[in-house]
Each structure stands twice: as structure tokens, then as C-alpha cells.
Design a protein around this ligand. Structure first.
Ligand code: ZN
Length: 321
């Protein structure tokens, strides 16, 4: 891993954990100003000028792993589900062989998975393949050491080798907010990036791309969308509309999705994604502006010529189009 990326991972991981820790420590009576301050955000009092709309994402009918296996995009589909979801999940893979492994999963703030597989809620890992030997082989590799066997597992799961290599090179892989920051940090082009790789909420790929414009990752996502479209022609255009967005991503629990139609970074609607403590205040602040301005040190949200919101340090700004 590049030295600058390793330093960025350490720094960003620490900053994300500090935000989660400080939000959890706030008293219930904390004001919006205090709550926003934890995110590094300040907002002026101003009237709302942009509509806050409910987020509407199409439902895909079944998991992207099931779509991918059926379309021949992967030899093995791997999903982790709650015990009560096992039967319904198996029904998504008619004719496939399944291997099961029990584990526990504890998910903390910001979608951070604890490494200890004995802590948390019971979950079942399911490995589906057309033949029993392949499903069993993938389950054995995952149980032995998923990092050491990442290249082979990635090939079985249909993940591009470049994306697997970049993910394995990270110091850590269990913090899904940090994983997004790292994918963005590896992306050279400023964007907009292909909407098919907007995996910040609804994912069309089951892996982290090496970059948000990785052609191999985009090919996997496009093939998945095509498979969905063959069965449900109305869904791909809905996906394109929903996933074309500029996203202010503080962490997994604090996402502000901006709809920019007329010109880049000028928005006419916003949507809140996540369940974070500071999200309602952040979205309400964003509604007082209609233009995103990014600088090296952070972002500003402007209404006309005036900055009404500032967020420092720079959150992840992801533009998908
Ligand atoms: Zn890649």
C-alpha cells in the first residue's frame, strides 16, 4: 500500500471513531449547534430554500448476489444473514448448492464490524454455487483465512482482481465508512463517477471497488443491472435516477444526497440517508442552501453568494453521474 494512503487510512479512521465516540457521549439535551459541531459543521440561521425529499430507491426483488449468480457473473455467491432470513435467502437461489457457517456479528456505529466472530447477534454465512464442491471449497477458504485466500475467494465471487488487491492492501477492512473514504482516496478522477458504482447505500457490487471509476468494477455492476433489467425492465432507469447524486458522506450514518440537475454542485432537492444522531440537523442545514462549494480544507454550502453551512475537515464528497 502506498505510504500516503496508509497514513490517510490511519488519520481518517481515527477521525471517524472520534466522531462516533463524541456523538455517543453527547447528553440528550444537546442542541443542534452542539450536535453539528461534532461533525465539524457550523450553520447560520437562514430560511430553508431546498426541499427535503424522502429517499426512494427501487427494490431489486432479490440480493445482487442472487442476480449475479443467476447471470453467470460469479461461481459462488456469499451472503451473511440473520437466522430467520436463511430460508427466504435460500429461495433466491433455486437449484444452487448451499454451504452454511454459523457466526456472530456485532456492528457498531458507522457500519463498523467487530472482528471477533463470537460477539454480537447470531448470523449465518451462506455460500451458494452450482455444485457442492465449489460451495464447500469457498466456505473452507473463508473459514481458514479470508485475507490470505482473498485472491482465490475474489475470483470465485466474481470480484475484479484489481479491487481485491486494493482492499487486501488496506490496514483494516471492517469499517465500512472508512472503506468508502479509501475507495475515494484511490480514485484519481474528480468525477462524476459512474452511477453504477454509487454503492454508498444501495449496492450493485458486493465488493469495494479499487476506485469509484474502476472499469472492471463498472463492468460487473453494469452486467448486474442488465440481468435485473432482463427480468424487470423498469428497474434500471429507476436505478440510474436514484444513484445519480452528489453525496456528502460524513460516515455511513450521516449521508446527505444532493440532486444536481441544472449544473454540477447546484442542487434542487436533498435526501437524508442513515440514522445518525446529527443527520436531521445536518440535512436541515443543507436545506438552507442550494450550492456545494468544495475547498481543500472542507466544504461550504451556499445560498446565493453567502455560505450558510461549513463542514471542516473535508467529508467525503462523492459525485456520481
Ligand atoms: Zn478495480
Amino acid at each position: 500500500m502506498r505510504a500516503d494512503l496508509a497514513a490517510y487510512e490511519l488519520r481518517t479512521g481515527l477521525a471517524l471513531r472520534a466522531v462516533a465516540h463524541e456523538l455517543a457521549a453527547l447528553p440528550p439535551s444537546a442542541s443542534d449547534v452542539e450536535v453539528l459541531a461534532v461533525l465539524g459543521a457550523t450553520a447560520n440561521a437562514a430560511p430553508a430554500i431546498t426541499a427535503i425529499e424522502p429517499r426512494s430507491l427501487p427494490t431489486l426483488g432479490q440480493s445482487i448476489e442472487a442476480w449475479g449468480l443467476a447471470a453467470g457473473l460469479r461461481e459462488v455467491a456469499f451472503v451473511t444473514v440473520a437466522p430467520e432470513r436463511v430460508d427466504a435467502t435460500i429461495a433466491e437461489f433455486p437449484g444452487a448448492h448451499v454451504e452454511r457457517r454459523a457466526r456472530h456479528v456485532e456492528i457498531g456505529p458507522q457500519d463498523r464490524w467487530q472482528d471477533d466472530r463470537r460477539r454480537g447477534a447470531p448470523r449465518v454465512e451462506l455460500f451458494f454455487a452450482r455444485d457442492a464442491a465449489t460451495a464447500c471449497h469457498a466456505a473452507a477458504l473463508q473459514a481458514a483465512d479470508p485475507t490470505r485466500h482473498a485472491a482465490e475467494l475474489g475470483a470465485l465471487f466474481g470480484y475484479p482482481a484489481c479491487c481485491v488487491a486494493a482492499f487486501v492492501a488496506q490496514r483494516t477492512r471492517n469499517d465500512n465508512s472508512l472503506n468508502r473514504y479509501l475507495t475515494a482516496a484511490r480514485t484519481i478522477a474528480p468525477g462524476p463517477w459512474p452511477w453504477e458504482l454509487n454503492e454508498l447505500h444501495l449496492r450493485l457490487v458486493a465488493f469495494y471497488p479499487c476506485a469509484y471509476d474502476c472499469p472492471a468494477a463498472q463492468a460487473v455492476a453494469r452486467a448486474t443491472v442488465a440481468a435485473i433489467g432482463n427480468a424487470h425492465p423498469a428497474i434500471p432507469p429507476q436505478l440510474a435516477t436514484a444513484l445519480t447524486a452528489t453525496v456528502i458522506y460524513v460516515d455511513h450514518d450521516h449521508q446527505v444526497w444532493l440532486r444536481c440537475r441544472a449544473e454540477p454542485d447546484r442542487y434542487d432537492a436533498i435526501a437524508a440517508i442513515g440514522g445518525g444522531r446529527a443527520l436531521p440537523a445536518l440535512v436541515a442545514a443543507a436545506a438552507r442552501a442550494d450550492r456545494l462549494v468544495t475547498a481543500d480544507h472542507g466544504i461550504e454550502l451556499h445560498a446565493g453568494a453567502h455560505a450558510v453551512v461549513e463542514v471542516v475537515p473535508l467529508p467525503l464528497v462523492a459525485r456520481f453521474g
